[in-house]
Design a protein. Structure first.
Length: 76
C-alpha cells in the first residue's frame, strides 16, 4: 500500500515538473517568435501602432501569436 502511494506521488511530481518545463518552454518560444516578428517588420513599430488603436496591426499580431501557439501546442 505504501509503495502504491509513493509511486503515485512520484508520478504526480513528474507531471508537475513536465508542466513547469512546458510552460517555461512555451513562454521562451513565444517571446522568441515575437522578437523575430519585430525584427522582420523593422519598418513599423507594432507596439506604438497598437497603443494608437490600430486594429489591423493588432489583428496581425494576434494571428501571429495564435499560429505560433498552435504550432507550439503540438510540439510541447
Amino acid at each position: 500500500m505504501a509503495n502504491e502511494i509513493t509511486m503515485t506521488l512520484w508520478q504526480m511530481a513528474r507531471s508537475m515538473a513536465w508542466a513547469l518545463v512546458a510552460a517555461v518552454s512555451f513562454a521562451f518560444a513565444m517571446a522568441l517568435a515575437i522578437k523575430v516578428f519585430d525584427v522582420l517588420s523593422k519598418d513599423i513599430d507594432e507596439w506604438a501602432e497598437i497603443k494608437k488603436g490600430n486594429i489591423g496591426v493588432a489583428l496581425i499580431f494576434v494571428a501571429m501569436i495564435l499560429s505560433v501557439g498552435l504550432v507550439l501546442y503540438k510540439v510541447i
